[in-house]
Design a protein around this ligand. Structure first.
Ligand SMILES: Cc1cc2nc3c(=O)[nH]c(=O)nc-3n(C[C@H](O)[C@H](O)[C@H](O)COP(=O)(O)OP(=O)(O)OC[C@H]3O[C@@H](n4cnc5c(N)ncnc54)[C@H](O)[C@@H]3O)c2cc1C
Length: 461
């Protein structure tokens, strides 16, 4: 590997570069600019250097170097974290983007996934075998951060959260040691990895349980915004008793110019009901009917399709490089006042790209004991994500205010806490993402496995 000019100026970086098999990127290197940027274009930070690790040995070498130098580290998995936790000023970034190998053992129904893979990498390997495990609602999210935060997705009510399918994790600890965590080895660490968020080490390989998933019945049905209150009431009444095979989402959005929508609807605020039925395909066509029949649709696109195709259906709405800010609120139920507050604000976004996603949990997610993992929100009935999104930097402040306004309106109706994966502010991770018992167990784990806080996702204080 060649040594760039700033690298030759600093023997420390030269030493690290010589230890790694992947490249070490320093400010001034063209790839440094590409890799310091994450999915959220509102994040603009400058790490000291970026170690593009190619395997677990590279990760261990970079971690040992940083530990010796008392240098804070961040880990870049898929780079999707909206708060930008993968990148920090004045820290060493371990970029796992090249570690995206996926090995399927179809007979044992398990998949081994390197720590920098995206969900689309996993689907590409498992779907040809008629298998899948719970991944994100879009396919470009990183397996790493997503899994450590819990992991909700289209298959969760049938197959559980991503962490409920995690069998073991190979992890480089903050002192450079490599261990395997499972319910038999380092069980305390394994508990914390399942929902605790990041900061317990660098996971170089996840091993997940797979489920038979071939074609699913899925679709999206668009309605005029005026139908929103009736749809929300139907969603509230129907989803708590819905079959486990069904996962439904109501999306407040701006109608895109899709061929199955009338031209006069394009560009106007609308509500879309998106669903995925992963049970017997014959039963899928009517699975969401108790909600879809509530109002006259503007247009619909539904049918049998490969699961991997459905998981990519929403990728175009998640354009990398745009400015994003989001938050999440969890609920035991929706009262009518919440519905009114939601509809009023979601109908008038600060940017047409802004969305509000209304989700339900339950099914397999709720059947696992609350304290069996470090994911604190599995007994919530619903959650709502307010997604601030603009492609114009000058509108970003207004977009952020719109999201904050939604959160403030939800507070009187919501449960305490929020899901780690949808936390929009680093400070949320300090006090909001876990209940007090889980938080203190996680603090004790971090003190044990990373006493100097080198991998801490947020700075203390
Ligand atoms: C468009 C979009 C759609 C999403 N959809 C969903 C969804 O359907 N369900 C859901 O639950 N969440 C979803 N999320 C949220 C997502 O799960 C979190 O933002 C998560 O942090 C992203 O993981 P990542 O690896 O891509 O992110 P990164 O920004 O790379 O990392 C996030 C955090 O995890 C740490 N990390 C990443 N990989 C590793 C690793 N291998 N070892 C140790 N630490 C690691 C990082 O250090 C950082 O602290 C979505 C996000 C976006 C932007």
């Amino acid at each position: 590997m060649s040594a760039g000019s700033s690298r030759t100026r600093n023997p420390l970086w030269q030493e690290l570069a010589a230890t790694l098999r992947g490249p070490l990127l320093l400010p001034g290197d063209p790839d440094y600019e590409t890799r310091r940027h994450v999915w959220n274009g509102a994040i603009d930070r400058h790490p000291l250097a970026i170690a593009r690790c190619i395997d677990a040995e590279d990760v261990a070498a970079a971690v040992k170097f940083a530990a010796r130098e008392h240098m804070p580290m961040t880990v870049r998995g898929g780079g999707h974290n909206v708060a930008g936790l993968a990148v920090r000023d004045d820290a060493l970034m371990l970029d796992l983007g090249a570690m995206n190998r996926v090995d399927v053992d179809a007979r044992s129904r398990i998949v081994r996934v390197e720590g920098g893979a995206l969900w689309r990498d996993v689907d590409a390997a498992t779907q040809p075998q008629g298998l899948a495990t719970t991944g994100g609602f879009v396919s470009t999210t990183g397996v790493g951060g997503y899994t450590l935060g819990g992991g909700v997705g289209w298959l969760m009510r049938n197959a559980g959260l991503a962490i409920d399918n995690l069998l073991e994790a190979d992890i480089v600890l903050a002192d450079g040691r490599t261990v395997t965590a499972s319910d038999k080895q380092h069980a305390d660490l394994f508990w914390g990895l399942r929902g605790g968020g990041a900061g317990l080490g660098v996971v170089t390989r996840f091993t997940f349980r797979l489920h038979p998933v071939n074609e699913i019945h899925a679709g999206v049905v668009f309605y005029p915004i005026s139908a929103a209150p009736a749809l929300l009431r139907a969603f509230r009444a129907f989803t708590p008793d819905a079959a486990d095979a069904l996962t439904v989402m109501l999306v407040f959005t701006t109608a895109p110019p899709l061929p199955f929508l009338p031209a006069e609807a394009h560009g106007h605020r609308a509500v879309a009901l998106a669903y995925c039925w992963s049970g017997d395909p014959v039963l899928g066509a009517h699975a969401a009917a108790p909600i879809t029949k509530t109002a006259e649709p503007l247009g619909r696109h539904e049918g049998l399709m490969p699961y991997a195709a459905w998981q990519q259906a929403f990728d175009p709405a998640a354009a990398p490089g745009d400015h994003y800010y989001w938050t999440t609120s969890q609920f035991d139920t929706f009262d009518d006042a919440l519905i009114d507050a939601l509809v009023q604000r979601a109908a008038q976004p600060a940017d047409p790209l802004c969305e509000v996603h209304v989700h339900h949990l339950g099914g397999a997610v709720a059947r696992i004991a609350h304290n069996a993992t470090a994911f604190s929100q599995r007994d919530a009935t619903f959650f709502i994500n307010a997604i601030g999104h603009t492609d114009a930097e000058e509108r970003f402040a207004a977009v952020r205010d719109w999201v904050r306004g939604l959160r403030a309106a939800f507070v009187p109706h919501a449960r305490a806490g929020m899901q780690t994966n949808f936390a929009g502010e680093p400070s949320d991770l300090k006090s909001r993402t876990h209940d007090p018992d889980t938080r203190s167990r996680l603090s004790a784990l971090r003190a044990r496995y990373d006493p100097d806080g080198l991998l801490a996702p947020v700075r203390s204080g």
